[in-house]
Design a protein around this ligand. Structure first.
Ligand SMILES: [Zn+2]
Length: 332
């Protein structure tokens, strides 16, 4: 891809006001998996990237390779295109707003969500690409439907994924988390600390992660994590995004020399207790997120998800749903 073609949507030497507009423009697409809004977004934002297909010919991700073989790290940066909508499947756009005082993006209560989860991650990666930041970039499809894109990637591109030393998602609420645990230990303490130090800005390791794309790569890539990008109350009409924080994070990410920054590679790639019961499931919000996903999932997608899982995994998923419902009923 030429630099010129990237700048058509992220701009070059843009003003701060224009940057806010660029971010809000991404949020204005209603990007439910397989919807018209997602289709339009892909047409407008992903056309210059390489589509990656599964063995049935379905596009599961869009890739941009900016890895320099002389770099000491081989980092995979990830985000996901889709959002969670459960109304008006044919509506492509929504109105999005910004509070001028606080630089906070929001939607009205009539909307399903703002879509900063994970439009914020998508914008960060577009900016990193524009600024020639080292690494390989994957924009996944269907994360909210059970990591459809990344799980297919893990199954069908196993050898390719084994080349990476680190897989970092930009898909976490809040402003401080370097996720070290998502359905199992996903990165070493050493890496969590080192990444938090590199970022500064109040980041620190957190073991309260929920399931996202990089959790699919635990058996293939040593250090997998997920970083806070400044959204809150995702999947709801009260979702917000701190735009000033997002821009600050972008500035940090493009200022680091990722090719030459020593990042620990300590964890042994292996299958973790992926679907199992854990202290975090009990006290965190992991299974609530999953139950919400299944509830609003298109039937076809749900069938595809069921087919992709083993009976053991399905049993665990049912159990998680049961636990979540019991918690609501009994107020645990
Ligand atoms: Zn997300």
């Amino acid at each position: 891809m030429t630099f010129q073609s990237i700048t058509k949507y992220v701009g070059k030497n843009v003003t701060r006001e224009q940057e806010y507009k660029n971010i809000l423009n991404i949020f204005s697409y209603r990007r439910q998996h397989m919807s018209k809004g997602e289709e339009q977004f892909i047409k407008d934002y992903m056309s210059d990237f390489e589509p990656i297909k599964d063995n049935k010919g379905m596009i599961i991700a869009f890739k941009y390779d900016n890895h320099n073989p002389t770099a000491i790290n081989n980092i995979l940066w990830t985000s996901h295109i889709d959002t969670v909508h459960h109304s008006e499947p044919n509506k492509i756009f929504q109105e999005v707003y910004m509070d001028d005082m606080t630089k906070t993006a929001f939607v009205t209560e009539k909307c399903d969500c703002l879509g900063a989860d994970d439009g914020a991650g998508v914008w960060l990666m577009l900016e990193m690409i524009k600024n020639n930041v080292e690494g390989t970039y994957m924009f996944f499809r269907g994360e909210e439907q059970g990591c459809i894109g990344s799980s297919a990637m893990a199954k069908e591109y196993e050898e390719y994924l084994k080349n990476f030393t680190h897989a970092i998602a930009f898909d976490r609420k809040g402003k401080t988390d370097v996720i070290t645990y998502q359905r199992g230990e996903c990165c070493s303490e050493e890496f969590g600390k080192a990444m938090a130090d590199v970022l500064g800005m109040g980041y620190e390791p957190s073991d309260l992660g929920v399931y996202t794309d990089t959790a699919e790569f635990l058996h293939l890539i040593p250090e997998c994590s997920n970083l806070s990008v400044g959204y809150q109350s995702q999947h709801t009409s009260t979702e917000t995004q701190d735009l000033a924080f997002l821009i600050q994070l972008r500035d940090k990410l493009i200022s680091v020399d990722w090719a030459n920054t020593e990042l620990p590679i300590v964890r042994e790639p292996k299958h973790e207790d992926h679907w199992g019961w854990s202290a975090n499931d009990m006290y965190g919000d992991n299974y609530y997120v999953d139950v919400e996903r299944y509830a609003y999932m298109d039937k076809k997608d749900l069938i595809a998800l069921v087919k992709s899982k083993t009976p053991e995994e399905l049993a665990e998923m049912l159990q998680d749903c049961g636990h979540a419902i019991c918690d609501v009923i009994y107020g645990v």
